[in-house]
Ligand binder design. Structure first.
Ligand SMILES: [Fe+2]
Length: 185
């Protein structure tokens, strides 16, 4: 059963306030205040660390700004799917982000393929085959996600993320020197 975002967040915050009040009552106001300030700070640090861990890094660069921006956005979308899946909002939110990820994957591949075609990249056919495989994986993941548990879906998402990073750092970076030599930046 789907629980609305508002209901879930109110329940979390309500529980948190009750917890802090209980601590204050048991151990004094200073402890209650210290805990109430520390916990959200630790959660924020953890989220920031995970976001950077899963996000785009300079070593992923292909040397062409518009394609790097696409890769940043794609990895950010994967991160957003992770986040949606971790919160108990139901599957609808994750499905919506997955839909956006699918649409943006297609848009990005079109842009990348356009540049490779324009300059006659010799490895185009092999690259296209990888893009087709990735598109099929996203479709498979979407239908799998609709009918399977979050745990299995989480494993598939990890696979998808690893696939994307491997594609960027191997197959995409292979065109980097070729495209920059042709004047693409
Ligand atoms: Fe690519």
């Amino acid at each position: 059963m789907k629980t609305s975002i508002e209901t879930t967040e109110w329940a979390i915050w309500g529980g948190f306030v009750a917890f802090v009040m209980l601590l204050s009552w048991q151990f004094g106001l200073a402890v209650g205040l210290a805990v109430s300030l520390t916990i959200p700070f630790v959660i924020m640090l953890k989220n920031d660390y995970l976001r950077r861990k899963h996000g785009w890094k300079s070593e992923y660069s292909v040397g062409v700004a518009i394609l790097d921006d696409d890769h940043k956005k794609l990895l950010d979308m994967v991160w957003r799917v992770y986040q949606s899946m971790q919160k108990s909002y139901g599957k609808e939110d994750a499905e919506q982000v997955l839909g956006e990820l699918q649409a943006y994957t297609i848009e990005h591949f079109g842009r990348e393929e356009g540049l490779m075609r324009k300059h006659g990249y010799p490895e185009l056919e092999r690259h296209l085959a990888e893009h087709e495989a990735m598109k099929a994986k996203v479709v498979e993941f979407k239908s799998h996600f609709a009918t399977n548990s979050l745990e299995v879906s989480h494993q598939m998402l990890r696979f998808l993320e690893n696939w994307l990073i491997t594609h960027i750092t191997k197959t995409d970076q292979a065109y980097s020197a070729f495209l920059t030599e042709k004047g693409e930046r």
